[in-house]
Design a binder for this molecule. Sequence first.
Ligand code: FES
Ligand SMILES: [Fe+2]
Length: 457
Amino acid sequence: MSATKPRPHSPSTSPIPIRNFSKERYVSREWMERERQALWANTWLVAGLACDVQEAGQYFTFEIGAEGLIIARGTDGRLRGMHNACTHRGTRLVTEPIGILKKIVCPYHAWAYGLDGELQGAPGAARFSNGLPKRELALHAIEVEEALGLVFVRLNPGGVTLTEFLSPVFELLRPYRLEAMSITNDQTVTHTCNWKAILDNFAELYHVPFIHPIHRRMFECATAPIELFEHGHTAVYVPGGVTDSGFPTPDAPTDMQALQLQAVGLNPEDFRGRVAEIRPALQRAKRAIANEQGQAYAEFSDAQLSDIWQFNLFPNVILSVTPESAWLMRSRPDVGDPGKSRFDMFTLVQFQGGAAEAQPSKRAKGKNGVQIGTHFRLNGPRPADYKRPQRDCFTHEDIMAGRKSMTVTIDEDISLLARVQQGMASSGFQSVWLSDEECRVQHFHDALDACLSAHHG
Ligand code: FES
Ligand SMILES: [Fe+2]
């Protein structure tokens, strides 16, 4: 693995040429088809969480465009990936997104498969004059590998190994121990924009002062360092516990800084006239609490204790991490409409002591330890009644109407993105015009272009 420390640069100058590109990639069905054949079929993709397939029989499904996949751990302990399509006449076999199975039985004519994908039996076998050749009729296998607590799949074999693909970011993400986190929220929203509009949105902070007013009260977005990596990945390192330098510095802690201070047992009143001291104070307090809780924070720098590091993993995953929690967001294309997508959000929490801890600690009984699912809070032990949440699926309209929420910030992004797609469809818009600050957007699209050329010409 190559990188162990970030080597970021200022967002004010792009290290790569800003080339811009036409709107075709967001609105054209031909482009969508190129992506299907070249990108989705040949790239390592995050299919789901390793914690969902720990035990024999556990499985989850993953859909990417028209492709449906089953990821399952067999009775032999091996994790396998296979197409979710019966080899008799094609029926989608499994519809529940997560669960436990002994075998996979097709609802149509009851062909039965093992979790290794082997055909185990077909009713009326003697009536198949062509026989039932096992090898040919096994569920079609795909590559599957685990890394960083995530399960990756690749539909077509070949190309870089997963280790190689993740090497630029692996050592930066490893200390966050996603594999030891627990999922506390699992949401999917169907959206009315192209899947890449979502990735673009999470590849720049240029929009933040205008649609996320809460951020200026707790993050420094104006100068947050960014980094471009090989294979199309990018990162932004966002200082927390501060107010944004694009706005006047307040005399007293903002409401959000006050919440951050209280979360680690500090009194906001003590920082009146000293708001510049909040970030280091948060870092010191958090390290002290972590030591008290016996957490392994040795691998984190002081900055990591107060800041949010966000990684965009090519092509379609956004990972926003702190030592205590993570958001894994993923954008997926629709089956046939370039103006639609699905956006997944997994909320992950690092409970103190991991899953094995059962007894509440002294700290966890207080007001700081029990609040979960929010960046910057130290968590207590995993509650005894913890259950993996079911997936909540809803529409973009549900968010607009306030019936569903994916947090204030994400709701603001989701609300805006439908308007992006509407404007892109207009004849008055032909191509993007990016700033240097949006070089992460450019880098992502450069990697996409390279992938499409490599596999499609
Ligand atoms: S389509 Fe699956 S058993 Fe017939
Ligand atoms: Fe945003």
